[in-house]
Design a protein. Structure first.
Length: 403
């Protein structure tokens, strides 16, 4: 079975697709078909068995080949085309690919044939597009003796999973709200947000349901908490969130007052809090009780989508606030007399609203929330931040984007 790499020819890919991190949209790879093959009434049709992503080897399949097909070739080009072939004895057929890069001999198992395409694990290939068309050698098809498939445009995406880092206790990703891989319609209410961490810390509707946005943050799905003053999703109380230390990641879009509050329900005591107000005041809080806290602001004036990372420790001053990989530099602000977190207190995670209904709610679009039950090392935070940075196409200082 022959293979090819999308790095052929290397000069074309480097010149056209050398993208900065700011240009990486992070969307899933796509495979879109167009045109019609021949012969009728059931022409060969292209299909992809897995989503194309860097570091993967998707298999391209052509179905419905004529029963007398002796050989199948997959043409890989850089441009779409429509060149009718009726004049060559192939009525109803067309050459649909131009700028030929290479051809692959497919493995035939009638009525199908297949060929894998190797995609190197390089972020510079995200967004690369290839035009594909299969041709089968079949004397029964027409005078030319060839059957043609439709055309498919394969676009390489970023489909990496969250890096495996010990201590993960919650992973909410708006790209899979229900945990089934199939999302609701745009604007539909969200009453359940599936936890992808494997710990079963799913979030359910609080006072009111937020709504689902297919294009919520940089073209990716997000949950919109801006519909009322009480939109929220809340996990059950769990010992997974009970320790005095945590690392929390939030992906949202400004201008927002996006909230992630980890605290026992009905209170704001012993609270890990990420509160992203509009403008430069994207902050984290070590919140001992009402009006007793240490606040860590940030110097960066966030515009558009952003990644907020906060690391919490037991001591009042053991708190950090990082925006798009850049650590905060302003001095912390203290109100009242905050005290150290207790060694253990069972908490719930509130998204969109704080633990007490008498305190403030958040507004805006949140795409992802990730919680670890310990302080991650700098290298571990870089792994997670890089994953989010590329996934959402956010410019930042995380450096681990190339494996």
């Amino acid at each position: 079975m022959n293979r090819t790499s999308v790095l052929i020819p290397p000069f074309a890919l480097c010149a056209t697709f050398a993208l900065t991190v700011a240009g990486l949209v992070g969307q899933s790879g796509t495979f879109v078909t167009a045109g019609t093959g021949c012969p009728a009434p059931t022409p060969p049709a292209l299909e992809l068995l897995t989503v194309p992503a860097i570091g993967s080897m998707p298999t391209v399949l052509v179905e419905s080949l004529p029963n007398d097909t002796l050989l199948a070739i997959l043409g890989v080009g850089g441009l779409p085309a429509t060149v009718p072939l009726a004049g060559l004895g192939a009525a109803g057929c067309a050459l649909l690919v131009d700028g030929l890069i290479t051809t692959l001999t497919m493995s035939v198992a009638l009525p199908t044939a297949s060929a894998p395409i190797v995609v190197p694990n390089q972020t510079g290939l995200i967004g690369v597009g290839l035009e594909l068309q299969a041709v089968g050698l079949s004397s029964s098809s027409n005078a030319l003796g060839l059957a043609f498939s439709d055309r498919a445009t394969l676009t390489v995406g970023w489909n990496k999973s969250l890096p495996v880092v010990p201590g993960l206790v919650l992973h909410l990703d708006a790209a899979d709200v229900g945990g089934t891989g199939v999302n609701s319609a745009d604007g539909a209410p969200v009453t359940f947000w599936s936890d992808r961490s494997g710990n079963g810390n799913h979030a359910s509707q609080g006072q009111q349901a937020p709504i689902f946005r297919r294009n919520g943050v940089n073209g990716r799905p997000a949950i919109d908490f801006g519909q009322s003053s009480a939109d929220s999703l809340v996990t059950a109380v769990s010992n997974d969130f009970s320790g005095p230390s945590a690392t929390v990641f939030l992906v949202a879009a400004n201008p927002v007052t996006a909230l992630v509050s980890i605290t026992p329900p009905g209170t704001v005591s012993h609270e890990f809090l990420l509160y992203a107000r509009t403008g430069p005041n994207v902050r984290s809080f070590h919140h001992s009780s009402a009006f007793q806290y240490l606040e860590q602001p940030h110097q960066q004036n966030v515009a558009g989508a952003f990644i907020q990372e906060a690391v919490f420790g037991q001591a009042v001053t053991d708190l950090s606030n990082v925006i798009n990989g850049v650590a905060s530099t302003p001095a912390p602000v203290t109100l009242g007399n905050p005290i150290a977190f207790p060694p253990s207190v069972a908490r719930a995670v509130h998204v969109g609203r704080r633990g007490s209904t008498v305190y403030e709610n958040g507004a805006g679009r949140i795409a992802e929330v990730i919680v670890f039950n310990r302080q991650l090392t700098a290298a571990e935070r870089d792994l997670v931040g890089s994953y989010l940075q590329v996934k959402y196409g956010i410019s930042g200082a995380y450096s681990g984007i190339v494996p």
